[in-house]
Every structure is written in C-alpha cells, then in structure tokens.
Design a binder for this molecule. Sequence first.
Ligand code: CA
Length: 234
Amino acid sequence: MLSSAVEMSRQRILVVEDEADIAEILEYNLEREGFEVETRSRGDEALEAIRKRLPSLVLLDLMLPGLDGLELTRILRRDARTESLPIIMLTAKDEEVDRVVGLELGADDYLAKPFSPREVVLRVKAVLRRAENSGQQARAYELGDLQLDVPGHRLLVDGTEVPLTATEFRLMKVLMERTGRVQTRARLLTDVWGYAEHVDSRTVDTHVRRLRSKLGEEAQRIETVIGVGYRLRA
Ligand code: CA
C-alpha cells in the first residue's frame, strides 16, 4: 500500500524564512513533532531546493530576498510537478492584501505573525492530512541517495536525475513503495507490466538488471532473493 511507504519515510517540511529566529523556532518545533526540516532564507534558493528535492509541504514567508513568496507560489503553481505541493504562507499583519493574493494564487493556508509554534504544527498537520485525503500530496519516496519524484516522473540518484524508461520507473516505484518486502517475479509482472503469471519472468530480471545499472552505488539496494524475486533494502 502507498500509505505504509509514505509513513516509512518522514515527511519533510521546507521552511522559507529570512528571519533567522523565526526559522529556528519553526525548525525546532517541527522537528520535535517528527518532521524532517530544511530551511532556506532566500526565495530563489527555495525554488532551487524544491526542484531538486520535492518536500511534503512548504512554509513560505512572503517578504523574501531573491524571489518573494507570491512570485514563488506563482511559479510553483504553474509547474505540473509542484502545482499541488502544499504551501502555507507566513504573513505579517500589514500584508493582508498579499495574503488574499497568495490564497488566490493557490496557497493552501496562511499563518499570521506572530504565531504560536503549536498553531503552526496544527496547521501543518491539517494541510498535510487534507492533501493526503484529496490525493493531492506530492508523492516523493526517499531511500538513501535515491529520490523518486512520482508526479515529476523522475528518479534522482544522489541529487542527479537518472533517465528511466516508463517501465523502469514503474518498477522502481513498486519496489520503493514496498521497501523491505520481497516481491515475487509474478507479483512484479502483474503490478508493473500488468501481465498474467505465465508470462516469461525473465522479463523482470532483464529490467531489474537495467535498472541496477543506472543506480550507481545504490544498485546494491535491489537485492535478489534467490528463487523468489527482489527486495529493496531499507
Ligand atoms: Ca521576511
């Protein structure tokens, strides 16, 4: 199931805030709740970070150097890979007009400064839950140096995109969704190729071999379980 794989990798929050003390408070409180947190103080650097590694949610300040929060939201919403990436805006009291614009641009929620850490955590959880329920959450699986960006249909190995065929991508996705669980060749044929069991299972071996050849040092994560199938090691 998808949900179990998502639970296995921690949800990652990107905090984009140029006021260091606020960023620090957010980071501390979110990490305490079990989230993985990354911070950026510039809008352009945030965009770069998002494109490199899709977070589960972005906490976005509006007034930022490099690229402001509204412009960043606009860019993210125009890109198919990030159009449904959950965004919570952080706004100051005198930014009410911007807040409206931000919500119109597609931000999911906002928090007005000053906010309590407890409030932030509650909102983050609510937006993530809502995104998950509506199936909108950006699906990204991570394991070691492997990152599978499902909406973007790409695999990154140590931060570098590795071109995969459509079949290799589906195979990688199934293995990552079921990390640590042995997948029989028959199961993979059904779930990746949509075939019945009597089809030659060497097809699976061939594709696994090709996939491994693209993974560099992470290739050893795809374990062969002799006489059964394959397993992606956690
Ligand atoms: Ca600011």
